[in-house]
Design a protein around this ligand. Structure first.
Ligand SMILES: [Ca+2]
Ligand SMILES: [Ca+2]
Length: 273
């Protein structure tokens, strides 16, 4: 229970302290796919506001077996969605996570796969009329001893919710962003692998650790925590934030797979606006 060693591992099931109720907080949608479970199982009220990288900043609220995802639904009305195709682009965001725990757009104007800083600012911030926030939980499977995975080649967590399915007659709700914030205790030897489309950034200790930005078909990248230890500024035995940002920006496919040796039997979610 590595994640519990600093934050404590109570069986906090009220979920109240960490739940930022969105317009459809853990709604009772009858169309929810079986892969997704209602939120509220593991509150976790980390402060999420410290940008100092001190590794001890989360005050946690307990831990649970689900990772809380904040989904923001978009439509093709937003210029960054459904408009681009490509093969990925490194460096869309800065190396350092912003003080508000959001990725910082690294350009003064557009890139080949993004419109510009003002438009990017919508991706992970509640923006009335532009996006709709829906929270869902995902649960990991211990696929072999000490290896946890979530693997979904039809990653459509908000079908029939938010703005509804689309674009057009699409059979799923495409075009959304995904954000997750948690704490983990670095015990040495951890590996974290993501495979999916489209944009994906993972920050560890507020440093960019996985850079799979831009539109692309399924791509994979791993973090070897020991190999990256100096760059990430992490020390065995300490607890650090891990912040995950994803975007589903184009139809026909949505893949989302995480496999890691981080102990995800007890996940300490951190609430961020
Ligand atoms: Ca959508
Ligand atoms: Ca896609």
């Amino acid at each position: 229970m590595a994640l519990c060693s600093v934050t404590g591992c109570s069986d906090d099931t009220d979920g109240a302290t960490g739940a930022d109720a969105g317009p459809d907080p853990f709604g009772n949608a009858t169309t929810r796919p079986m892969d997704y479970t209602t939120g509220g199982a593991n509150g976790g009220s980390g402060n999420g506001s410290s940008g100092d990288g001190g590794g001890q900043s989360g005050d946690g609220g307990g831990c649970g077996d689900a990772l809380r995802l904040v989904i923001r639904d978009f439509t093709e009305d937003h210029p960054d969605f459904e408009a681009y195709t490509g093969n990925g682009l490194d460096g869309i965001v800065e190396e350092d996570l912003g003080p508000d725990q959001k990725p910082v757009y690294a350009h003064n104007a557009g890139t080949e796969l993004t419109t510009g800083p003002d438009e990017f600012a919508d991706w992970y911030r509640d923006t009335p009329g532009v996006n709709q926030r829906v929270e869902v939980d995902i649960r990991f499977t211990e696929v072999s001893p000490g290896v946890f995975a979530y693997d979904n080649s039809d990653f459509f967590p908000i079908d029939g919710r938010g703005f509804g399915n689309g674009p057009g007659n699409a059979g799923h709700n495409f075009l959304f962003t995904t954000e997750a914030h948690s704490l983990f205790t670095y015990t040495g030897g951890e590996v974290f692998t993501f495979r999916g489309d489209d944009d994906l950034w993972v920050f560890v200790n507020n440093k960019l650790a996985v850079d799979l930005g831009g539109l692309h078909s399924r791509l994979e990248e791993s973090i070897d925590f020991d190999a990256d230890r100096d760059r990430l500024g992490i020390t065995v035995g300490e607890t650090y934030p891990m912040d995950i940002f994803h975007a589903e920006r184009h139809t026909t496919e949505s893949n989302f797979r995480i496999e890691t040796t981080i102990d995800l039997s007890c996940i300490a979610n951190v609430s961020v606006d």
